[in-house]
Design a protein around this ligand. Structure first.
Ligand code: AGP
Length: 607
């Protein structure tokens, strides 16, 4: 989604603004722009396409200034084009905006009637004109921005500057994240900390409704009610190495290979003496788990798939009812919440608009508590939840989620086992589950050694238009995740089915042009899955099977790759890895933009 960078300094900042945009490229965007204040003028450069093009534009332009704002745009209102790229300008004012102004049409009509001329199709341009109008007659940028905010319905984070107050940036947020960065003789605003990591490690995360005034000397913040507030300064532990690609051709490949370490990090300090520490959810967790009689999991995309796997674990291990559903549906239906229900949100970014809205709804619905399983400390979802279980995947830059998913599963497995034990899970099964988690980093490292074989198989897919993914039990959501990966980065149409559903319709699609990919764990459903695969084979379907070591010999196909033997907890996590590699290699062969697939954004901060 859109990205914001703002810098107020005593040196030329254009190159730093553009570097900040580069660090935000992973969020997904279609155009970019920068504006600086120079000798009482606004100098602006904008382009459709990549930040690299903006950099080239800057190289020959001579544009320079000590205070500026920059933006990567992911189109919502108005096509991707230079004219719709931010910053938007009105008189002395320039603005960058993330989010959606839902009442933009009414505001546009009002402003046009007052003589303001619009040069873009965006919802964001209304902010520039509103601030310019508010400045007319009272030359205080902070006051002007604050007077405009109540008129904006929807979600926003903004950075605003004016030629009348050189060196001053005003930022504000509601429903969309914004951080202030603290430097030496310079200070910053950004939509996420990655944009600023080369400049500072010290950040203030603005709270909902906050307004910030930033100049080279300092940062001042006011809360939603207009009262001055001191927000905590956080020191980021992320190193710039963590967001660099290193020797890898793509971030996605790097992140796939980081999984053994990311899983080890996620488990570290949470298992002792072969048992999950119940305090992983905080000191009161034992009492809370004892009182929990049902679980509602809500998430989007890949995180939703992690929730679906967890649903199988929680019901089978703890014997407690669990549902998992898509946040964009949950937030608009009227969920019935029985007493004793725990709400669980899952999100890599912690900023997904639908998941955040679902959490806000859940807070009003009488749940026992709201648990966030999240990868980004200080994110909105973390801050608004009563309990937190952090994944420790580290920064995930590739739009296609990989290590975030497997670490979510590891965290959810920790939760499911601790919860199930509190509900009376058999000691042997519990200890075996914990042992499987301890073995996970090694099992995933071993599975990564299949890479060359998977690369060979990928050639079969490069010219295909469609693919089917099959799985049963916890491996059905794993198949869904495999299909999502393939479609999002290779643009091949892919669907996942619970293998038992095949003969109820999708079998009609099977022919030599429809590769069928199956994940075959060594579990209680394996005989049924093998029968389903036979149904495909006898109809001339071409099967690709990722099989557990102990059943590999039962899958009679040359396109079978054998994975390490795994138990019920480790298996869905381990089986995910070859599907990630397959999608990756197919996408590379098809020449798509692996890390920033078309039309997609990393952090979906609008509805
Ligand atoms: C998957 O590869 C995507 N990146 C997407 O489905 C993602 O999982 C979804 O947008 C939810 O994001 P979140 O985990 O940050 O909430």
């Amino acid at each position: 989604m859109c990205g914001i960078v703002g810098i107020s300094a005593r040196r030329d900042v254009v190159a730093h603004l553009i570097s900040g945009l580069k660090a935000l490229e992973y969020r997904g965007y279609d155009s970019a722009g920068v504006a600086v204040l120079a000798d009482g003028r606004i100098e602006r450069l904008r382009t459709q396409g990549k930040v690299q093009a903006l950099e080239a534009l800057h190289a020959g332009s001579g544009v320079a200034g000590h205070c500026g704002i920059a933006h990567t745009r992911w189109a919502t209102h108005g096509v991707p084009s230079e004219g719709n790229a931010h910053p938007h300008v009105s008189g002395p004012v320039s603005v960058v905006h993330n989010g959606i102004i839902e009442n933009h049409a009414a505001l546009r009509a009002e402003l046009q009637a007052a003589g303001y001329v619009f040069t873009s199709q965006t919802d964001s341009e209304v902010i520039a004109h509103l601030v310019a109008r508010a400045l007319d007659g009272q030359p205080d940028l902070l006051a002007a921005v604050r007077s405009v905010l109540p008129r904006l319905h929807g979600a926003y984070s903004i950075a605003v500057m004016s030629t009348d107050e050189p060196g001053v940036l005003v930022g504000a947020r509601l429903g969309s994240p914004l951080v202030a960065g603290l430097g030496s003789d310079e200070n910053y605003l950004a939509s996420d900390i990655h944009a600023l990591l080369p400049l500072t490690r010290r950040f203030i995360y603005l709270a909902e409704g906050d307004v910030a005034r930033v100049d080279a000397e300092g940062v001042a913040i006011w809360d939603e009610g207009g009262a001055p507030v001191e927000r905590a300064v956080r020191e980021s532990q992320f190193s710039t190495d963590a967001v660099e690609r290193g020797e890898y051709r793509h971030y996605m490949l790097k992140e796939i290979h980081e999984q053994p370490q990311a899983l080890a990090d996620t488990l570290e300090g949470r298992i002792a003496g072969g048992r999950v520490l119940t305090q992983i959810l905080g000191v009161d967790a034992e009492d809370l788990l004892a009182r929990t009689e049902a679980v509602h999991i809500v998430a989007c995309g890949t995180s939703y798939h992690a929730g679906l796997v967890a649903r199988y674990w929680i019901e089978s291990l703890a014997g407690i009812p669990c549902t998992a559903e898509i946040a964009s549906e949950y937030r608009y239906r009227n969920p019935v919440v029985r007493p004793g229900t725990l709400f669980v949100s899952i999100s890599q970014s912690g900023e997904t608009a639908d998941t955040l809205a679902a959490l806000k709804l859940a807070r009003e619905r009488g749940y026992l508590a709201q648990l966030a399983v999240c990868n980004v400390p200080e994110s909105s979802i973390v801050r608004e939840s009563s309990l937190v279980l952090m994944t420790r995947a580290g920064p995930e830059i590739g739009v296609a989620s990989t290590k975030a998913f497997t670490t979510q599963l590891a965290a959810l497995a920790l939760f499911a086992l601790a919860f199930a034990r509190a509900k009376g899970l058999d000691e042997q099964r519990y200890l075996d589950g914990v042992r499987q988690l301890e073995q996970l980093p090694g099992l995933v490292a071993e599975t990564l050694r299949l890479d060359a074989g998977i690369q060979d198989l990928a050639g079969d897919f490069a010219d295909k238009q469609h693919a089917l993914f099959l799985g049963r039990g916890t491996h059905w959501p794993v198949a869904m995740e495999g299909a999502l990966k393939l479609k999002e980065i290779s643009y091949i149409h892919a669907e996942a089915y619970a293998a038992g559903e095949l003969k109820h319709g999708p079998l009609a699609l099977v022919d030599a042009q429809m590769p069928v990919i199956a994940v075959a764990p060594n579990d209680t459903l394996i005989d049924k899955l093998l029968s389903n695969l036979e149904e495909v084979r006898t109809r001339g379907g071409v099967l690709y099977v990722f099989a557990d070591h102990d059943i590999g010999s039962r899958v009679d196909d040359s396109r079978t790759l054998v994975m390490p033997a795994c138990g019920e907890i480790a298996a869905p996590i381990v089986s995910t890895v070859p599907l990630q590699l397959l999608s990756y290699h197919v996408a590379v062969l098809r020449g798509t933009d692996v890390d920033q697939p078309r039309n997609l954004a990393k952090s979906v901060t609008v509805e």
